[in-house]
Design a protein around this ligand. Structure first.
Ligand code: SF4
Ligand code: SF4
Length: 78
């Protein structure tokens, strides 16, 4: 289960998460950043790095943010 970036990233995109990800699986997707679901190793390093708490393990994504799980996968054509 990969980590997922949710709506608070939109308009912020400060890239703090990309600087701490050990496998560089976080990509600029235009309106927000996205985590490649197949490349993420679930280390959790990006979670505390995000200033707006936009990143969650997939199983812990809040209810109103669940559509971002599919939006994230769709960005990579998955
Ligand atoms: S959980 Fe780890 S591997 Fe996955 S996106 Fe965050 S920093 Fe990168
Ligand atoms: S640290 Fe948070 S707000 Fe910044 S790019 Fe990453 S997910 Fe978006």
């Amino acid at each position: 289960m990969p980590h997922v970036i949710t709506s608070p990233c939109i308009g912020v995109k400060d890239q703090a998460c990309t600087e701490v990800c050990p496998v560089e699986c976080i990509y600029d997707g235009g309106d927000q950043f996205y985590i490649h679901p197949d490349e993420c190793i679930d280390c959790g390093a990006c979670v505390p790095a995000c200033p707006v708490s936009a990143i969650f393990p997939e199983e812990d994504v809040p209810g109103d943010q669940v559509p971002f799980i599919e939006k994230n996968r769709a960005h990579f054509g998955l």
